[in-house]
Write a new protein. Sequence first.
Lengths: 295, 382
Amino acid sequence: MSILINRSSKVVVQGITGKAGAFFTRDMIRYGTKIVAGVTPGKGGQICEGAPVFDSVLEAVEEAAAEVSIIFIPAALARDSIFEAIDAGIKLVIYLGENMPVHDMMVIKRRLKEKSCRMIGPNTPGIISPGEAKIGFMPYFCYQKGPVGVVSRSGSLSYEVSYGLTRAGIGQSTSVGIGGDPVKGMDFVETLDLFEKDPETQAIVLIGEIGGTDEEQAAGFIKKHVRKPVISFIAGKYAPRNKKMGHAGAIISGGKGTFDSKIDALRDAGVLLAELPHQMPALVKNALTCRRSRE
Amino acid sequence: MRIFEHQGKDLYKKYGIPVPAGRLIDQKREIRKIFPDIDQGNGVVLKAQVLTGGRGKVQGIRFAKTVAECESQYDELIGMNISGHPVRKILVEEKVKIQRELYLGIIIDTEIGQPVMMICSRGGADVEEISKSHPECLEKIAIDVAYGLLDYPLRGTLIRLGLSKELFPSFMDISRKLYRFFIENDALFAEINPLILNDKGSLIAADARIDIDGAALYRHPEIQEMKASQEMGIEDSLRDKYQLEYVELDGNIGLISGGAGLTMTAIDFMVMEGGRPACFMDCSANVSPTGYEMALRTLNSRKEVDCILMNIFGGITRMDRVGEYILEALKRIGGVKKPLVIRLEGTDAVKGRAFIRDAGLPMCETFAEAVQQAVALGGKNG
């Protein structure tokens, strides 16, 4: 098993006839992802990359039983496309693009809540359940099927860490890129909850970075609700400080968001910490062995 | 995108938020002309226009009672350097008689992904410290963007903060206007600090600190134009023209990387190995010959940089292309003077590495190897 997506997940590609849409559709099909439909308004009736193209997401849901949508639409137009997917009854929306206005994302977040829909992104490589399906543009060779759930804010770091695990013979159940934007769809907590409940996932790798309070929230959740071992790397110990925020930023963060604050919170929650990514495989292997011997 | 105080005040004014009478000047002779209009018998205040906070603590704000005083303060302020920002323009304003200073701000609370309004009954330069030492002076109102700012939580907040009832209507009015400004202009934060209660019992926005979402500037042409009046440092111009995220650091090892997380990790790694990074440089938004060319040119021209580490892990981008782009960039520059350490990983990395090796450049196999080699080179020359 995996979380959120597997080989039978029925996927619709919004913007399938565009250059990026068509390119990554081919890439995803090659990996085994079940692309059941594409959507480009005005191009309904065509076939693109072997998938029927519809004018609207609603038609893709009704006629091709699409459940998951990946959207290849420029950031300036993405809000409308994401609303369309949510309103059509899609259960998981994935948006990889960068530069989505934060205010658009705040409005989308409200709609997601109202319709009990999940979203991954923006600003992420997407999600992959190795050996099952990938919805996103991560390089497939970094991954192999296995017992480790990976969740990351940074795309580039998730490749680096997953590739390290794969080379050490440690596979992954699912790797979720929650994305680097301040306001996003799924967060660490929601993803950790799914990994904790997934019988196949035996250990969880959490890749964080300085800024925001995602890691502190994750630590709070782990302490209360996660029994599986969690191994973490936080980037930015020596990163230049962001001097941009006004008083408001300092007041609202209340001292959270720093490297030390994150490390303290995670350590307090019993999370195993790596100083650098290449130390992760050994820590994960050890955690898996301990867990097996305990059971 | 940060905007100057005077630009922010112009925007607030458009939304009906009261601001002091004032004029922006960059020539001393203007003082004589504007002083009588601005001075309301109480003198004027001169405020250095810089895109950074904390100017009050380094004498970036001055007071004057006469034209002569104002001119001599102008001379001292103009050209002054405030945290690396030169003062080019000065906002001369009427001095408001202060009865009380409050704080009002709106920011995005990333924990809930919605805006939050913050009100502090003791505003001013020390508001951050006060919010810690006197938490009872600070109130937060979570806002749901679907419904906007409601009256009842705002009213409750003002009661808890102990503000006098006569102030409620004008405070609520300014709060609603600030929220409308925040939403309509894609602000990341909008602050009024201090929000002054003057001797006549009116509220006036004595400062405006605003950050507008750069990703949304396309729908705010008038704010985008303000950018033209801002001086661009090397960091801003690389970001605006070439989509390179660049932050200068004071070390001697140049870094060219892809992805913010991996770039930060490379910096962490270098420091742990005893190296001193010269920058944060994330090229992931512009993987092209020009992107690498500008990154290499920037670091090649910095005297203190002794070597350059290129660490690229490509997901979307094929690494054979990246290899070609790097070679093309080097060709355009005519080669770099500093030693290069390169590590390429990702889709088609084998081909990419072969391109680099065939061009006679050394390649590293792993992240660790690349960092250690760069640190060794940095140490040798630095």
